[in-house]
Design a protein around this ligand. Sequence first.
Ligand SMILES: [Zn+2]
Length: 344
Amino acid sequence: MLSAPLFIDVRAGAVASVGTLLTDLQIARQGRVAVAVGPSQGDGICEELRIDGAEVFRVPDGSLAAAVELGQQLRAGQFEAIAGIGGGKTIDVAKFAAHMAGIPMVAVTTSLGHDGIASPVSTLRHESGTGSYGVVMPAAVLVDLDRVRSAPASLSTAGIGDAISDLSAVADWELAAAEVGERLDGLAVAMARSAALVVLHQPGQARTDEFLTVLAEALILSGMAMGVAGSSRPASGGDHEIMHAVNELHPGTASHGELAGVGALFCTYLRQDEDKVGLISACLERHGLPRTPGDLGLSDADFAKAVAYAPRTRPGRYTILEHLDLSEAQLADHVEAYVKAVAG
Ligand SMILES: [Zn+2]
């Protein structure tokens, strides 16, 4: 069975349609709506949303504690639905809280940093790291292109790297099917691969409505591919293991999408798929996204260490990194050759 949001809308000014959407889809018949917003949203958000009598909750950060507290407030207030408005952290907190309270959630996205927009997964920080929690997929997904355009580049367009990383994740999944007999899900593969390819080949500047629409649709499809697969497999391979490793060893280095893009390019290099290395590298460069350890502010040695550590971040997932099982010294040589190949 395929689960999907009831409604998807990607356009400038999409925020203004949240109120009518909740009524039209009969998500909130009595108007008992909670609105969760990130710390950067102004007080005028409810007027802009056109939801009379909605109660606004401020989400302080992307922690499990914030999500649990919001979930308790939703239950106590007997809300019918919640609209989560903001970037990835706010959406993830609202998704978890809605799941906890057993009410539908409308995701109103203001950045395109990663593919968690429509996914049935909530990623939250806790006392000893970061956890991924299975939650109900948003009932509706809106992407407001005006707000996306005004977000910083590390959030607004870094999702290009996350979308493209699906190509590497799918290649890892196919490798696991061939080498260790893992079961492939054809529909999830089709959705994830198509999402990556359309971003890879879309011409034009990232901040145009045309490009942002393609990127938003790709990130939504990528999230839905995870829903179809029942796991993050179609969108997370060695690329995301490298991302998690850099985050653990060097917190604050770069955003999710930026690290996923570099991870995907390096894994594709290890796969010796020269055509795709050229295409992915050109796409990341065209949009000003990092490609090398130096672009991330890391030394080649630090990056090689992170890649060596990467398989420990996702035990049980078979990718090109587990397949090659390279030592740190071997990886150091590969990183040196990679930097030469990619950056000349
Ligand atoms: Zn991702």
